[in-house]
Write a protein that binds this ligand. Structure first.
Ligand SMILES: [Zn+2]
Ligand SMILES: [Zn+2]
Length: 304
């Protein structure tokens, strides 16, 4: 069962030749979730072979252009491709005005329904529950209202122990209820406890996306112990004053948050255009957290 993150953009607001603005795709059991949609995200879909017509849920963190300017283009492309399946968009309340005015003035009526869900930037709330995943908002501390997102895999089914299934002659028709945790009731009224027939399901995996934000420890309880944390790292620590002024973070600060939240893996991105090499980001974040990776465009990341 797949749980995999693809990074499509690791840059920040100013465009550079080598970096695209923010866009992440999380694949949970072959269901695709798009998080942020900076300018050029569609090109990145093609370049990195993301089957974007399979995206049914889009999450936008905030209304700085490097996080949403690709969205209306994507909506238009899906329209041109003849999509009929509904699309769910979660984001700041005003985002729907931006979408509506662009579609209205270009006289476009989308062929598919869009359901928009405004996100409260001040309080953490459960936004979505599907068979694959549960999504919770993470209020962030940025210059404009901004929300991160925590994706937690839905609980998975218990694993049948095939030798025991044979031994107790369990019929196929009972497999589903055993996988859900029920005991087996035989026709002669004997009860075989579930624990004898199944093993615990695999652990639920999780991914937290935290961009953009200044250093803020209030997110720690919400991201505690996640398998993968993406935390923005716009600057190196020598520019921590600049980071503070602009409500961004440094690589060192991202490492501190990862360490204090006891996450398993940290991925850093949203790098300022002023930096040519990203190696110093890795070196700096490693001073405060060991298991850290640079968000490389086109790269896929799994849980450890
Ligand atoms: Zn940004
Ligand atoms: Zn921003």
């Amino acid at each position: 069962m797949i749980f995999e993150l693809t990074v499509l953009g690791n840059g920040s607001a100013t465009p550079t030749y080598f970096r695209h603005p923010s866009a992440h795709v999380l694949n949970v059991h072959d269901h695709l979730f798009l998080i942020d949609c900076g300018e050029g995200t569609q090109i990145q879909f093609y370049r990195h072979r993301v089957k974007f017509h399979r995206i049914n849920h889009i999450f936008i963190t905030h209304l700085h252009g490097d996080h949403f300017l690709g969205l209306v283009g994507l909506l238009s492309t899906l329209h041109l491709q003849g999509r009929t399946v509904g699309l769910n968009i979660f984001g700041p309340a005003d985002l729907i005005r931006i979408i509506d005015i662009q579609l209205e003035l270009s006289d476009t009526i989308l062929r598919y329904p869009v359901q928009f869900y405004p996100v409260d930037p001040h309080n953490s709330k459960k936004l979505l529950v599907t068979d694959q995943v549960e999504v919770t908002s993470i209020p962030l501390n940025h210059r404009v209202p901004c929300t991160g997102f925590l994706f937690k895999e839905s609980s998975r089914e218990r694993n049948l122990i095939s030798s025991k299934i044979k031994e107790y002659k369990i019929p196929y028709a009972s497999f589903d209820s055993l996988k859900k945790g029920d005991d087996f009731h035989s026709p002669d009224s004997t009860i075989i406890p579930n624990a004898l027939l199944t093993l615990d399901p695999p652990k639920q995996r999780s991914y937290a996306y935290c961009s953009d934000t200044c250093y803020d420890e209030s997110i720690i309880p919400l991201i505690k112990g996640v398998d993968i944390l993406y935390h923005e790292s716009t600057f190196l620590d020598e520019l921590r004053e600049r980071a503070k002024e602009t409500y961004h973070s440094t690589a060192k600060q991202a490492g501190v948050i990862a360490s204090k939240a006891n996450v398993k893996k940290l991925i850093i991105g949203h790098f300022s255009a002023r930096y040519k090499s990203l190696d110093p980001f890795l070196e700096e974040a490693r001073l405060t957290f060991n298991n850290v990776y640079i968000a490389m465009e086109g790269e896929k990341y799994q849980t450890d």
